[in-house]
Design a protein around this ligand. Structure first.
Ligand SMILES: Cc1cc2nc3c(=O)[nH]c(=O)nc-3n(C[C@H](O)[C@H](O)[C@H](O)COP(=O)(O)O)c2cc1C
Length: 312
């Protein structure tokens, strides 16, 4: 058992928002899904105040070591979520985290208040990869805009508030610090990296119906490791780390970088049971690691010359 913002979880592996449709999986796998649910908590896809149809197709581009998506956050909107999705998600055998997004403080406030009123939800994740209507920049790219948003919505919920940071910013640690100072209970990162792909006809037109998209999967794992490390050095609140995790060893890396939980995203499209496998692999690595750390073996080993190691 581990503890995250006062919530007891069976292991550190959760899903990345929008990458595992638990309602569709229950239809496909039946109650077997509940018997061995792949994650220790379930994070919903992003919910907006009003329903969204999402972006026109094509919505996906397979990159060499990842996936560019331009799904555009299709969802039923707050009322549809509360009436249709929430009763089904409440049946899952793990705590539920609802992910919300809005383009103004008033929109986010309405979402947070409505979710706060529901006992089925253990925590709220705020997706701040949304353009500020005044500046056009992502709210989560600017410490000042994010702090102002959180000051407005933090008082509206007593549930743990997790801020899902955008990696598309010059200094993610500065944004994380602003989130922490304005009352975030935890931060999660990384969301997808802004990316684009062109049609193969050589005419320079975008492939994706939405124009640009977000890159996820193994291609972003090194970026995730660096950003999680830099945030962990600056904030005290717990971190949900994600980005390109496909093995228990990758999850262990993110934990070593400072994450408390690790989310699996794109890998679940390839293998819907990836969460279970990664949690199992992580556990064996942790057991093997603690067995190795006997007093004699944990003596300092060879000193690495950091300067020369960095110069490659
Ligand atoms: C198809 C797809 C849909 C996603 N939808 C959301 C979403 O609704 N809300 C959100 O906060 N993140 C969303 N994400 C981002 C993931 O939760 C995660 O942060 C990102 O993909 C990095 O993890 P990964 O490399 O393991 O996929 C989405 C990612 C993908 C690939």
């Amino acid at each position: 058992m581990i503890e995250f913002c006062g919530i007891a979880l069976a292991h550190p592996i959760v899903n990345g928002s929008g990458t595992f449709d638990a309602i569709a999986a229950r239809r496909a796998f039946g109650d077997a899904l509940l018997d061995e649910f792949p994650f220790s908590a379930f994070v919903s896809k992003t919910i907006t105040l009003l329903p969204r149809a999402g972006n026109p197709p094509p919505r996906l581009w397979e990159a060499q070591a990842g996936l560019i998506n331009s799904i555009g956050l299709p969802n039923r909107g707050l009322q549809g979520y509360l009436e249709h999705d929430l009763p089904q998600l409440a049946d899952l055998p793990v705590p539920l985290i609802t992910n919300v997004m809005g383009s103004t403080a008033s929109e986010v406030g309405q979402l947070v208040e409505a979710i706060d009123a529901r006992d089925e939800v253990a925590a709220i994740e705020l997706n701040v990869s949304c353009p500020n209507v005044q500046t056009g920049l992502d709210i989560g790219a600017d410490p000042g805009s994010l702090a102002a948003l959180l000051r407005a919505v933090r008082p509206l919920t007593s549930k743990p508030l997790i801020v899902k940071l955008t990696p598309n910013t010059a200094d993610v640690a500065a944004v994380a610090l602003a989130a922490e100072a304005a009352g975030a209970d935890a931060v999660s990162l990384i969301n997808t990296l802004r990316a684009s792909a062109l049609r193969p006809d050589g005419e320079g037109r975008p492939w994706l119906g939405g124009g640009t998209g977000g890159l996820s999967g193994p291609a972003i794992r090194c970026v995730a490791l660096a950003q999680i490390g830099s945030v962990a050095r600056r904030v005290a609140v717990p971190i949900i780390g994600m980005g390109g995790v496909t093995l228990g060893a990758h999850a262990l890396d993110l934990l070593c970088a400072g994450a408390t939980l690790v989310a699996v995203g794109t890998e679940s499209f390839r293998d819907p049971a990836a969460g279970t496998r990664i949690a199992r692999e992580l556990k064996s690595l942790q057991i093997a690691g603690s067995r190795r750390a006997t007093p004699a073996e944990s003596e300092p080993q060879v000193q690495v010359d950091v300067k020369s190691a960095d110069s490659h």
